[in-house]
Design a binder for this molecule. Structure first.
Ligand code: GSH
Length: 459
């Protein structure tokens, strides 16, 4: 028990007693020697607690007399309340109880005016943590605190299961996931493990052989030696990014004057480092090297470690899932709309708009046979889906807004989609996002470069 905790406990015990309580009783309850107790009483008196009595007589805390009141600015108080409320909602039961107790303790020592402001704080924590986690986080926290080896059953990104002995030393809390940072005995290296991919956890009892502060320092040093592109984003780098990025940088195959712009926007929203491979239309896109990436010889495509993804909609969906901390994957209850409109835009919508733009008019029979049905039905359905909505799936901005929004915005701009107030209002709420603006600025620069006859920028 730390000295501060012991002093606070001593105050609590004294508060409980209305009559003098002997030093022996206090020392026994705190599990300290009488000498330590006398020193603690002296320390409490030195910081303002009015404690009557002396050795042999017993001690009494004078009613109403406390430690000097805690003073906080309004900002500090809001920060404290919001932070503890966040822990109360998003951490495990043990931390959640502790956050509630801490809030109550702080409130108890605040002057009345500030206590009122604290209770009145209008900063609330909304729902957020949804990815289910099967083990008790408390167990993990205890293992970190006491530097214990753990045995975990882990399912990696590809769904492969392994059993690993790890030395956990940190947990990072993200909006939609938690990441455990540890030394992995199997890989003989530092690794990050998504908590929701840990199927089971068991303490092996023994202490791991090196202090956790040393492990944390060593691990941080490995982060600093990472590539320049990672350091360019260092403000946003996370332990989970680290796991994915160590050998898994994202390579983005693109041409700025194409629908790869959708993926560019997505990557900018993600905040992950990526490298662009700009391919000219024609031969470079049909080279054997590139056909090995995308047999269609088209952009966009991405490579993320060993994973290759083509099709703009699939790339957006993949990245939203691979980097959940970016918050571009909606809550489970909004996933129906999310997938539905992503696929709708990539399938029926694109098909109907392309056919019409190319001058085809489907017969009623063809409208029944073709997956897109009629252009009118597609446009009406889409207009209904976005009418009065800021986002297409749930209450938050997601990868589906990037994809559907791009089709709507570009469709209206290039005349393949008719303008409707519903489309204009929806697009107006998306287009000014800084990530989209960055992507658009890049496209504008590439267009200028093309006019001037120079190569498009690669970052
Ligand atoms: N279905 C693909 C279409 C990709 C596509 O058609 N890309 C065009 C540029 S917008 C392309 O690369 N064309 C070059 C070619 O076909 O040679 C997707 O949505 O990603």
């Amino acid at each position: 028990m730390s000295r501060t905790t012991r002093l606070l406990d001593l105050m609590q015990i004294l508060r409980r007693h209305r009559r003098p309580v002997s030093g022996t009783v206090l020392a026994r309850e705190l599990d300290v020697s009488l000498r330590t107790l006398y020193r603690d009483i002296a320390s409490l008196r030195a910081i303002g607690a009015e404690i009557d009595g002396e050795p042999g007589m017993g001690y009494l805390l004078r009613p109403g007399l406390m430690l000097p009141p805690l003073m906080f600015s309004e900002e500090e108080l809001e920060a404290l309340t919001l932070g503890l409320r966040w822990v109360g909602r998003r951490a495990d039961d043990g931390l959640s109880r502790a956050a509630g107790d801490a809030l109550a303790k702080v409130a108890a020592v605040l002057p009345a005016e500030l206590r009122h402001r604290m209770a009145d704080s209008a900063l609330w924590v909304g729902a957020g943590w949804e990815t289910p986690q099967v083990f008790d986080l408390e167990l993990l926290r205890r293992a970190i605190r006491h530097e214990r080896r753990l045995l975990i059953d882990y399912r990696d990104q590809k769904g492969e299961r392994t059993r690993r002995e790890i030395w956990p030393f940190a947990i990072a809390f993200f909006e939609s996931t938690r990441v455990v940072v540890a030394w992995c005995e199997l890989r003989h290296a530092y690794r990050s493990f998504r908590a929701d991919r840990i199927a089971a956890i068991r303490s092996l009892g023994e202490r791991y052989p090196r202090p956790r502060a040393v492990l944390a320092k060593e691990w941080q040093a490995t982060l600093l030696t990472d590539s320049d592109s990672t350091s360019a984003y260092s403000g946003r780098a996370t332990p989970h990014d680290k796991e994915c990025n160590m050998n898994q940088q994202i390579v983005f195959y693109t041409n700025p004057l194409s629908r790869a712009g959708i993926v560019h926007w997505m990557l900018e929203e993600l905040g992950q480092p990526y490298r662009m491979e700009v391919l000219d239309f024609g031969a470079p896109m049909k080279s054997p090297e590139y056909l090995a990436i995308n047999p269609m010889g088209k952009v966009p495509a991405i490579r993320h470690g060993d994973t290759v993804v083509t099709e703009a909609a699939a790339i957006c969906a993949y990245l939203a899932e691979a980097f959940p901390e970016a918050g571009l994957l909606p809550m489970p209850e909004a996933r129906g709309d999310y997938y539905r409109w992503l696929f709708f835009a990539a399938g029926p919508m694109e098909m109907a708009l392309s056919l019409r733009h190319a001058g085809f008019t489907l017969t009623p029979e063809q409208e029944m046979q073709f997956g897109c049905g009629s252009y009118a039905a597609v446009v009406d359905s889409l207009a209904k889906a976005v009418a009065g909505r800021q986002y297409i799936a749930g209450d938050t901005f997601t990868a589906a807004d990037i994809y559907v929004g791009s089709h709507i915005g570009w469709g209206m701009q290039f005349g393949t989609l008719e303008k409707r107030p519903e489309f204009e209002a929806y697009w107006a709420g998306l287009k000014d996002r800084p990530a989209n603006r960055r992507s658009e600025a890049y496209i504008a620069e590439a267009m200028q470069a093309q006019v001037a006859g120079s190569a498009p920028p690669t970052s």
